[in-house]
Ligand binder design. Structure first.
Ligand code: UT7
Length: 464
């Protein structure tokens, strides 16, 4: 009965759209309607039984939706000259960066993540309520907790989804994708949203020219979905060397590390405010580390996936420095164009850089079904991670699906209303259900402790 209902819901979801791109376009055997192969989600529609119905069939995790969002405000190298002692020539020659995006007050990490996620859902043509898991890779979360992922989950109206943030600095997106792909391939979930989102400008030390010229803000998201068609995420490696913890980081209020203590001792109070929650980096050491690990990791994931280097189509690397990409290309003996780069436009957006680069590579027609891609991230931790992806999703622009689009919009509106109503209700409930201010709660707690009966009191104490 429940199964029957589930199948009806599936059928309605797949057929009830009434849009130009109807179910009839899909051939119903896992082949992509447009190109005859590949997963039929993403711009296509699903007719393949869900992994829940086919636990004994092998399931693959394919990227079927993608989206990015960056702040409007552009800070050029020339603009940087007014902030620190630097110049356009130095920045361009040493990093390849020409400009970066800087978030306004209203553009928080959640805001950017949410907008990227909504675009990814549109491309995947699924509803927020279809999502089972949301992972946000970020080094600039809105709070230590709750997670930015939970805020995104709420604002999307993804009421069936679990959500958590992942801290692996610039490698975070690849780590997150790996976690989500593992859940999908195990048959536990069907759709995951993996987001890399950062507002690095909020943690920069704007008087340190060695770092503030490098970073920018933005977010990129992908929808990862289950499909029986082979391919998608085919191999990955996640690595860490915590002995390099002091080479790159952002100390928080809870930090007891010597870096922070040293700096606090030598700085006056005003400067301490700059150090706390401010990014520090030993650029040269991180540069060396990056060039050391990139090529081995790429070779590792290709070997694991049985893909020859000559069959590699495109590397989507973390965008830290054009010189790092050039060194990696030289090391692998491949043309530098093999390493997709948009570092000139956005600088280093940490965990957001790979999904943003993926979106732009797709837009530029550099990704097509049958391609072998490698994602490679590296950064604070130290951490690094690589992943091979056999891309099978149709990337051609499909006509917009009006009814699904409308349903997504309604879900977003509902989520917004729900949030407002729940917030008001909690405030009201707090008023009618007695005192909730911290002082009275603490007093009540103290009284309770005072009146406790200590059963495990030592015998000699009792005798006294
Ligand atoms: O996302 C995580 C991963 N991060 C990375 O992968 C970043 C890796 N590191 C790098 O990309 C590079 O090390 C930097 C771009 C950060 C620095 O480039 P570099 O070629 O390693 O420069 P440097 O730190 O060795 O500094 C060279 C010189 C120094 O002057 P002296 O001591 O030689 O007189 C610096 O003071 O350049 C000076 N300098 C600058 N000059 C103008 C440093 N920053 C600037 C600047 N403008 N912004």
């Amino acid at each position: 009965m429940a199964n029957d209902l589930w199948q009806r819901l599936q059928f309605w979801r797949d057929n009830g759209d009434g849009s130009e791109q109807s179910h009839a376009a899909s051939n119903g055997n896992g082949k992509h309607p447009a190109n005859g192969h590949g997963p039929n989600r993403g711009p296509g529609l699903s007719s393949v039984p869900t992994p829940f119905q086919n636990r004994n069939q092998k399931t693959y995790a394919h990227i079927v939706g993608w989206g990015m969002d960056v702040p409007e405000r552009i800070l050029t190298n020339k603009d940087m000259e007014a902030i620190v002692e630097t110049n356009d020539e130095w920045i361009t020659a040493r990093t390849g960066i020409r400009e970066r995006r800087i978030a306004d007050e209203h553009e928080s990490t959640t805001y950017l993540a949410l907008r990227a996620a909504q675009k990814a859902l549109t491309v995947a043509n699924i509803l927020p309520t279809d999502i089972d898991l949301i992972i946000v890779a970020t080094s600039t979360p809105e709070h230590t907790f709750p997670s930015t992922a939970s805020l995104v989950q709420d604002q999307l109206g993804a009421i069936r989804a679990g959500a958590y943030d992942l801290s692996a600095a610039c490698s975070g997106f690849v780590y997150g994708l790996d976690m989500a792909a593992a859940k999908i391939r195990a048959g536990d979930i069907e759709h995951a949203l993996v987001i890399g989102a950062e507002t690095m400008s909020r943690v920069l030390n704007w008087s340190d020219r060695g770092t503030c010229i490098l970073f920018g803000d933005g977010a990129g998201a992908v929808v990862l979905s289950a499909d029986q068609y082979p391919g998608g995420v085919v191999s990955s490696t996640l690595r860490s060397d915590g002995s390099g913890w002091d080479l790159l980081g952002v100390p928080t209020i809870g930090s007891r590390d010597s870096y922070l203590q040293e700096k606090m001792e030598e700085a006056d109070d005003d400067e301490n405010n700059h150090r706390m929650h401010r990014l520090h980096m030993n650029g040269r050491e991180v540069f060396r580390f990056a060039t050391r690990v990139i090529n081995d990791s790429i070779k590792d994931v290709l070997r694991m996936a049985n893909i020859e280097l000559s069959d590699l189509s495109l590397v989507i690397p973390h965008q830290a420095n054009q010189r790092i990409l050039e060194a990696a290309a030289r090391g692998l003996k491949v043309p530098v164009e093999m390493f997709y780069s948009n570092v000139a436009k956005y600088g280093n957006t940490s965990a957001a850089s790979i999904p943003i680069a993926l979106c732009e590579a797709i837009d530029e027609g550099r990704v097509k079904p049958g391609d072998n891609l490698v994602f490679i991230g590296f950064g604070g931790g130290l951490t690094w991670a690589a992943m091979a992806v056999q891309w099978e999703t149709d990337v051609t622009k499909q006509s917009p699906q009006r009814i699904m689009g409308l349903r997504r919009q309604l879900t977003y509106i509902y989520a917004q209303q729900r949030r407002g109503v729940l917030h008001q209700w909690r405030k009201l409930y707090g008023k009618v259900s007695g005192p909730t201010d911290p002082e009275s709660t603490i007093k009540q707690l103290r009284n309770k402790i005072a009146n406790l009966n200590w059963e495990d009191e030592p015998e000699e104490e009792k005798e006294k």
